[in-house]
Each structure stands twice: as C-alpha cells, then as structure tokens.
Design a protein around this ligand. Structure first.
Ligand SMILES: *Cc1c(COP(=O)(O)O)cnc(C)c1O
Length: 368
C-alpha cells in the first residue's frame, strides 16, 4: 500500500449501528441523517449501507439529486427544504420530502399551487415536514404560528395532506440541561391540536430524552459510531466507529534530551528518545489544532503527538512502543481509538473530524 492516508469505511458497523438505533427507538421510525457526505463517510456508500432506514435525511437538494442519480429509491427528506421557488419542480420530479421552515417557502408553495403546471403539481403533491422553532433559533416557524401554517399547508392542493411535525434540539447532549424539557413542552403545546407524525430527536435526544421519542427519530452521529454526549465516546455508548483513519510511519528519529521538534519548536525532548514521523497532516484533514498529547495508535499501542501537526506530516512520541518499524500503520482515529478522544485534544467534536477529510485521503470499504 502506498503512503497515502486511508479512511477505511466499515459498512458492517454502519448496518449494526442502525440496528442498535432501531432497538433504542422502540418502534419509532428512523431517519438516517447522511448530510455532509454522510458525515464525511461518503454519501452514496453510506446510503447503501443504511438502506434499511425508513428515510434518509440530507441537508440540501443537491444531495437528494445525487442519491436519486445513484438509484436510491428510499424516502429522502431535505432538511432545509427548497432554497428557491424553482426547486419545487425538482422536489416533485425526484419525489423528495421538503422541510418547510420559513414564510418564503410557504409563499413559493402558494405560487406553485396556482401556477401554470397546476394539474401536474396537485397530481404529485409534495410531502412536507413542518418545522417549528422551539428554542434553537436557527430554522423553523415560531410556535405561535404553527397552527396557522399547518392550516395554510392543508389548503394547498400541491401539498400532501399528511404533514409531519418536527423541531430540533439545541442542547439535548447535556442530559441535565432543562432547555430540552422546555423545547419538548413548547413543541407539545404548539402541536396539540394538529394531525401529523412527530419528529423531535437527534442522536442525543434518542439517548437522553425518552419523552421526545415521538413517531420518528432523526439520527446521524450514532450511525457513524460518533457521540457528542459529555465525555462519552460512541464506543462507550455501545456503537462502533464507521471510519478508521490511518497513515504510515515513514521515519524514526533518535533525538537527544533538549532537542526541539517541528514548526515553532514548541516541544522539547525531556530525555533521549525515539520520535516517529507519520505521513498525515492538516492537508489530509487531520486537525492542525490537535495539541501535543493527542493520542494515536501504533501497532495497537497508544502513543501521542509531539510538536505541531504540519501539512503533510506529524511527529509522535515512540517511547511507549516496543518495536516500531518504518511502514507500520498508525491509526489516527476509529477502531481502537474513538474520534472523540482526538476531538477533545483539538477543541472540536468528532463530527467535525470525520467531515473534514480532504481529497488526498483514499477511501476504502470494509464490508465486514
Ligand atoms: C444533523 C441533524 C440531525 C442529526 O443529528 P445527530 O446529532 O447527528 O444525530 C437531526 N435533525 C436535524 C434537523 C439535523 O440537522
């Protein structure tokens, strides 16, 4: 194998994680969220592995187009809905569900209903998810408008009568944060008299907030074995990492006490010691912000980064490794090393890491 950094995608882990999510969802339907190229794991391959989900969730129309082009016939929900009036025809042609979260989208639907293609539009009504903003203050109608918007949508011949109701949590990863209870209550009040299935929870909502289970859960992170919950990794929660990032050890240096390492000479050897050079850096998407002390695995044993991560390379402390050899594969995160433990040292979350792989990384599929 060449020196290229490898992202190995464990398709079996994706399938098993979906089964675990299903078990926890206790009968609620599962929307598998595959936005951002399947959290960086690859949109089409992820969708294929998650074919048993009840629907796929994507961020924008373009992802829906890619999935239909690749032959996916599952229900697909576009989480930010149409971005302009002209998108509606494409939503209909590809039979994509649209989240409707803003007045402007409602106006496009009204214009579309009375437009020149009216007979066709009402023959193929759009499936709509009405999004209510219960406190996240990003997308959604204010709770006070929910009933009126729902009624308005019901009058439109180009909108399917079964309107799903949804909201999104801001802090469900903090299991003791009362904000989620407030959001659940605001959602119940706003939707009390409305027909339609309910969808509230993301991954953390599913784990920590049983009152928010509803009829659908929208789960991303857990399917990839990733977690944003406190100090818990995806593995701690019983899920398997779906991406293992690895690279080659290409040099071993025997440095002296006092030698400094890397750009800005930020790290100094406390004793004579072996230091390894690994062929991966921020040019591959490994975070430059990963500080000295960030863990890596060499032949199954933990070592840590010393000095700054550079564009193509990083340096690691080999003192704890019994017989390191040039050509050894070093695991940066994945099987045996949760991405969360790297994210903690890099000031970010694991989702950000897997989403960040650049084109230089070679993706390979592990079917087990
Ligand atoms: C991304 C997203 C999700 C999934 O969140 P996870 O934490 O990855 O489970 C669910 N719903 C909406 C609206 C989202 O944008």
């Amino acid at each position: 194998m060449s020196r290229t950094a490898l992202a190995t995608i464990h398709l079996g882990a994706l399938r098993r994680n979906l089964a675990r999510v299903r078990e926890r969802a206790q009968g609620a339907k599962v929307m598998a969220v595959v936005k951002a190229d399947g959290y960086g794991h690859g949109l089409e391959r992820t969708a294929r592995a998650l074919a048993d989900a009840d629907a796929l969730g994507v961020a924008a129309l373009g992802d829906g187009q890619r999935l239909r082009a690749a032959g996916h016939r599952q229900r697909i929900v576009v989480l930010s809905g149409p971005d302009e009036a002209a998108d509606l025809a494409e939503f209909r042609r590809l039979q994509l569900d649209a989240v409707i979260h803003h007045e402007s989208q409602l106006a496009w639907l009204v214009a579309d209903e009375s437009g020149p293609d009216r007979p066709l539009n009402s023959a193929r009504p759009l499936r709509v998810w009405l999004k209510i903003d219960t406190g996240m203050h990003r997308l959604g109608f204010p709770p006070a408008q929910a009933a009126a918007v729902h009624a308005r949508l019901r009058t439109l011949a180009n909108v399917d009568r079964d309107i799903a109701l949804m909201t999104h949590f801001a802090a469900s990863d903090e299991f003791d944060n009362a904000m989620t209870n407030e959001q659940i209550e605001a959602f119940s009040r706003a939707t009390a008299d409305l027909d339609g299935v309910r969808a509230l929870s993301n991954s953390a909502g599913l784990l920590g907030w049983p009152a928010a289970r509803g009829d659908w859960v929208r789960v991303g992170g857990l399917l990839y074995g990733l977690s944003v919950v406190g100090d818990k990794s995806g593995s701690d929660l019983g899920f398997e990492p779906a991406m293992t990032l690895s690279a080659k050890l290409i040099s071993i240096q025997h440095l002296q006490k006092g030698d400094r390492i890397g750009y800005a000479a930020t790290w100094q050897c406390p004793e004579d010691m072996p230091v390894g050079v690994v062929a991966i850096g921020y040019g591959d998407g490994y975070p430059r912000s990963a500080a000295a002390g960030t863990p890596v695995l060499v032949a199954g044993a933990r070592a840590q980064i010393v000095g700054r991560v550079s564009m193509d390379l990083m340096t690691i402390d080999l003192r704890g490794i019994s017989a390191p050899r040039i050509g050894d594969r070093v695991i940066l995160w994945g099987q045996g090393l949760p991405a969360e433990s790297v994210a903690n040292h890099a000031g970010t979350i694991s989702y950000d890491l897997t989403c960040g792989m650049t084109r230089r990384v070679l993706f390979v599929e592990d079917h087990v």
